[in-house]
Design a protein around this ligand. Structure first.
Ligand code: B1N
Length: 824
């Protein structure tokens, strides 16, 4: 009664979302959380005060979300296991979800503060490399928005993805100290800690009931500590959990060694333990067999499964029904050791018989594959695996023994099949094939775009797919329209909402198609163009302040931002820029649509050719941007440290989205979707999700070029010769020659030799083969851009018809086809 009276008279200061309530709360937090009075608070202090104010307004839904999972055993909870969650800045997204952006903006304005500047101040947790980690974050957003109970389990890296600086044109990696200031969106959960064992030996022991059980005596034990981040759905009612594990020493000090005077070795254990979650491996595709990485994977998998078993147990349900409490999704094979770990927990720790445990396990897991590059499939050398996880290796052997028995029984006619399907690759030094372990241990396996799923079945996992045809399926990726349109592009969002209302934010596929009818409406076109111009000005400002490069907002903004990789072919883009430059120089009076070519992306620190590509982009920029013959009609910019935050500025400003990977190499791509829903038109190959995007927007609204997957395979079978493509193409020969001779390396002829030699003699990704077709297609794009009404129509139709690329649609498909979880 008393509480009720207070609500009526004066609202709760911690949940009040009125302008005045927010103003008071921000001031209160400014003083009590940062210890600063208004007069001497810095931008970071204001950020902290605003973040705590928003967090307070999320806590009720947050606590209810946890309680719901822990109390309702009838609803299957999704556990999304991922080594990466690239969640991006939180403040803006959370205010949007709660619907308090505008009152907060006004509250801060009344205090003389600019909300946008405060939002921009937030350091972002770079807990992922790129698409795979960002996908996990989009999926968490959609799960919460759709009201599906879910926990994301991952790793709280102390240092996330490195910060990229460009020094004299080259990439330099700097440590990402995102935790220098406390991260306001996490709550350390002292109560949720689990011990994780590593190394050591196993032996058989007789249990009290007389049965034999395996005992694992580890060499080391570390503690995994939970840190929870709330994921609030659109509308603010449903909140899920992102639970990230940090490794800690079981005991900070080994006192016996300490007392013996061995100070350094006593600290050693603490250091070893904390090293496990110290840093994210910054390689996206090529896999590296590093012992510490296996330790990271196992730590978060083991802690997560122990946590799930704890929750399951607290519901009072029998262990055999574990799969009715949780549906576990393996985001690539990084958490695939979970298959062996769940078996270990069920059989060794809880005494379940093998067959029942295997039945529970294979009803629990599903596995998403994210790559078509065979060299990117994870395989752990047996000696390394045995050293870190001796018991798990025995379990893998036993899974494999039973599996191969069934293989031989089913296909006596193919004696080689067992070798091809085996969980163990027998080539020396012998490896555990993690994709095989994940497939055998899961009830469903999916690729991330239609083409990718087909190629998985045909090539990469062909034998497994033939053996388990019922397991293989597709779920095309999607991106959240909240962050990737409503939040990052307020100008376009307002333009859209003025016509069709705001329901598109959480019913994207259903609503956004309604824009189609306005595609030729001159008023709407004018508003659309104005929104794009605003965004281009925003990016122009960024380029000017951080790069001192002057872009022209009237130019065609032509953008390629993504990880730097040969298969993504940023060098094809650069060759094109050089060819355009040469045309302009030869013929300064030519009709030329002004272009701003913008690049961004990180190279794995040890990926030499990717780093050469970055240097080349910057060297070409240096020459082109300062050449008076070009007179600003062609500009090149490399935006350093591409991440979620800069993506939020870059995607909305693009006219043309470069999706130019070699067909058959990009599993899906998700940047293509982010560009598309922000009104960029795609120039691309028939690769990954481009194929489905083109089918949706219509072939007349997509700039297609390049070889198809089948043509690529045919060329490679016949024996590819890059040199053949030089003869008929003087523009290409000239560009390569200029790179080789030092035109773009201040006269240093040796500088780009590795890159040029690779293109001339190997060219694994058929850059030269696709060059002519790419140039033609670029010319078509420029001609279309010269007709603003035609271009704007294309841009509107792209947005209107890309509704299916909302991650809400992806998540619905996972719920219905894979997890068997109810969803609206
Ligand atoms: O996953 C994305 C896809 O859209 C991209 O096409 C795909 O390249 C990307 C090892 C990876 N595949 N594999 C990785 C990341 C980190 C790592 O340590 C591999 N990332 C992708 C989402 O489906």
């Amino acid at each position: 009664m008393a509480a009720k009276r207070r609500t009526a008279a004066s609202p709760d200061p911690r949940t009040d979302c009125s302008r005045e309530g927010l103003r008071k709360a921000v001031l209160d937090n400014l003083f009590y959380a940062t210890g600063h009075a208004q007069e001497n608070a810095a931008r970071g202090d204001w950020y902290t005060a605003v973040a705590y104010t928003v967090r307070d307004r999320m806590l009720k839904a947050w606590v209810q979300g946890i309680e719901r999972i822990a109390a309702d055993g009838d609803v299957r909870c999704v556990a999304y296991l991922s080594a990466e969650f690239l969640i991006g800045p939180q403040l803006g997204a959370n205010m949007l979800a709660l619907g308090i952006t505008e009152p907060m903006r006004e509250a801060l304005a009344s205090l003389g503060q600019d909300l946008d500047a405060i939002v921009f101040h937030e350091p972002e947790p770079g807990l992922g490399n790129g698409g795979l980690g960002r996908l996990a974050a989009c999926f968490m957003d959609s799960l919460a928005t759709l009201g599906v109970p879910a926990i994301g389990y991952g790793i709280r890296y102390e240092f996330g993805m490195f910060r990229q600086a460009i020094e004299d044109g080259a990439q330099v990696e700097l440590a990402d100290k995102w935790l220098r200031r406390p991260f306001p969106w996490e709550l350390p959960r002292g109560g949720q800690q689990y011990e994780v064992r590593l190394g050591g030996k196993t032996h058989m022991e007789t249990a009290p009931d007389g049965t034999l059980r395996v005992q694992w005596t580890p060499a080391k034990t570390v503690t995994a500590c939970a840190h929870d981040i709330p994921v609030v759905g659109h509308g603010g009612t449903h909140c899920n959990l992102l639970r990230l594990w940090r490794a800690e020493a079981v005991e900070a000090f080994d006192f016996s060694t300490f007392n013996a005077g061995e100070y350094f070795s006593s600290v050693h254990d603490k250091i070893f333990s904390e090293t496990i979650t110290k840093v994210l491996y910054p390689n996206d595709d090529p896999y590296q067999g590093k012992q510490l990485r296996l330790g990271q994977q196992y730590l978060f998998v083991s802690a997560s499964l122990q946590d799930m078993l704890h929750i399951h147990h607290s519901l009072g349900k029998p262990l055999e029904t574990f799969h009715t409490t949780f549906a576990i999704q393996l985001n690539d094979t990084h958490p695939a050791v979970a298959v062996a770990e769940l078996m270990r927990l069920l059989v060794d720790v809880h005494g379940m018989d093998w067959d029942t445990a295997w039945s529970v396990t294979t009803q629990t897991f599903a596995y998403t594959n994210h790559t078509l590059l065979p060299e990117a499939l994870e395989k752990w050398p047996l000696p390394l695996f045995a050293e870190v996880l001796p018991r798990h290796l025995e379990i893998v052997y036993e899974i494999n023994r039973r599996f191969l028995e069934s293989v031989t029984a089913a296909h006596p006619e193919d004696p080689d099949l067992a070798r091809r399907l085996s969980l163990i690759d027998e080539t020396s030094p012998r490896f555990v094939r993690m994709a095989h372990l994940a497939t055998v241990g899961s009830k469903a396996v999916n690729g991330v775009a239609a083409l990718h799923s087909e190629l998985l079945k045909r090539d990469v996992l062909g034998d497994l797919a033939a053996f388990f045809p019922e397991k293989f399926t597709n779920v095309t990726n999607g991106v959240t329209p909240r962050r990737w349109l409503a939040l990052c592009n307020p100008a376009l969002a307002a333009c859209i909402s003025n016509r069709i209302g705001t329901r598109w934010q959480d019913h994207f596929e259903e609503e956004i198609i309604r824009l189609e009818e306005f595609a030729d409406d001159p008023d709407f076109q004018a508003q659309w163009q104005a929104a794009k111009l605003t965004n281009k000005q925003r990016l122009t400002h960024l380029a000017k302040t951080i790069l001192r490069v002057e872009l022209d907002p009237a130019a065609l903004f032509d953008v390629q931002v993504k990880r730097i990789h040969e298969y993504k072919r940023q060098h094809l883009n650069v060759l094109r820029v050089i060819a355009l430059y040469n045309r302009l120089r030869r013929n300064p009076g030519m009709d030329f649509v002004p272009r701003a070519v913008i690049f961004g992306g990180k190279a794995a620190p040890a990926y030499y050719l990717a780093k050469q590509i970055i240097l080349l982009v910057n060297r070409v920029a240096e020459v082109v941007n300062t050449d008076p013959a070009v007179a600003g009609r062609l500009r090149v910019a490399f935006v350093p440290n591409f991440n979620v935050r800069s993506g939020q500025v870059i995607y909305p400003a693009a006219d043309l989205s470069q999706q130019i990977s070699l067909a058959g190499k990009e599993a899906s791509g998700t940047g293509n979707m982010k560009f598309g829903i922000n009104g960029a038109v795609t120039i691309g190959t028939l690769d990954g999700a481009n194929v489905e995007m083109r089918a949706c927007v219509g072939e007349e609204n997509f700039f297609l070029f390049g070889l198809t997957t089948d043509e690529v395979q045919a060329v490679q079978r016949a024996g590819y010769s890059p040199a053949a493509h030089l003869e008929g193409n003087p523009e290409l020969a000239e560009a390569l020659d200029q790179i080789r001779s030092g035109v773009f390396s201040r006269g240093d002829a040796g500088c780009f030799r590795p890159l040029v030699d690779n293109l001339l003699h190997r060219d694994e990704y058929l850059v030269l083969a696709d060059f002519a077709s790419y140039m033609d297609c670029q010319d078509r794009a420029a001609r279309t851009y010269a007709d603003p009404a035609a271009w704007t129509r294309m841009s509107i139709l792209n947005v209107a018809r890309l509704g299916m690329f909302s991650s809400d649609r992806s998540i619905r498909e996972y719920c219905r086809n894979i997890w068997n979880v109810p969803v609206e």
